[in-house]
Design a protein around this ligand. Structure first.
Ligand SMILES: NC(=O)C1=CN([C@@H]2O[C@H](COP(=O)(O)OP(=O)(O)OC[C@H]3O[C@@H](n4cnc5c(N)ncnc54)[C@H](O)[C@@H]3O)[C@@H](O)[C@H]2O)[C@@H](O)CC1
Ligand SMILES: [K+]
Length: 215
């Protein structure tokens, strides 16, 4: 396991990579989505016959929409549930949503029966989680955990505090997690294990420090 970082460090590294180094955020999102998709294919604990992407309206949801599109374009049966107000979605999320619309990936709504799906992809919150989970988000998390489907989480299981490993109201209990760039310190705590499941650490071109003089 490589070095772990705090959620704040993770956000700073994203910002530096995009705004100082100049790698466009959509490039990073595409790389993240591709790695997460590959992790899902190689993880035989997941059954990929009918997949539902649970997407929040931030960039974690945007990663989830890239995964939805990659699954759809490779012939997998996949649907999307957007949780939260799409009018307030991040710019990159909106870009991914337009691409999903082009491919006519089916959408489901809050009344969906999660037991119909074999795998749920948790893309509700990642490093942006800032308060206890409630409302529709809590309803979806609890419904996902109670379902027969396996769950693959993106970056951090939604509801888990990435720094302390504590549950913020309620949290996804993932079969497996693809964490972007570096594991977050809270995910390595013993109490986080039932939530993260099996762990993948995905190199998407975000690095903590190098030997370059301008670092
Ligand atoms: N461009 C980038 O910066 C990259 C971001 N990545 C992904 O983007 C994620 C971070 O994205 P965001 O910063 O958009 O944040 P998130 O997508 O984690 O969260 C979305 C928004 O939810 C809101 N929120 C926080 N707690 C809430 C709660 N309890 N109930 C309801 N709403 C709540 C916040 O306003 C937050 O902005 C990472 O975890 C990673 O998955 C990756 O694609 C790599 C590159
Ligand atoms: K997540």
């Amino acid at each position: 396991m490589t070095q772990a970082i705090t959620v704040e460090e993770s956000r700073e590294l994203d910002d530096k990579t995009i705004n100082k180094i100049g790698i466009p955020s959509l490039v990073l999102m595409e790389r993240a989505g591709l790695k997460i998709y590959e992790n899902m294919l190689e993880n035989h604990d997941l059954y990929l016959s009918n997949i539902l992407i649970l997407a929040g309206t931030g960039n974690n949801g945007g990663d989830g929409l890239v995964v939805a599109r990659l699954l759809a374009t490779h012939g997998y049966k996949v649907s999307i549930l957007i949780v939260g107000n799409p009018d307030h979605a991040s710019e990159d999320h909106q870009a991914q949503a337009r691409i999903c619309n082009y491919y006519q990936i089916p959408k489901v709504f809050m009344d969906a029966d999660f037991n119909k799906f074999t795998t749920l992809v948790d893309a509700l919150f990642g490093s942006g989680l800032s308060r206890n989970v409630g409302g529709d988000f809590a309803t979806v998390i609890d419904k996902a955990n109670a379902s027969t489907a396996k769950i693959h989480a993106i970056d951090i299981p939604s509801g888990l505090n990435g720094d302390t490993g504590e549950v913020m109201g309620t949290a996804i209990k993932a079969t497996s997690t693809s964490t972007v760039a570096y594991p977050k310190v809270g995910m390595l705590k013993d109490q986080a294990k039932p939530y993260t499941g099996k762990f993948y650490v995905d190199d998407i071109g975000i690095y903590r420090g190098t030997t370059f003089e301008n670092e």
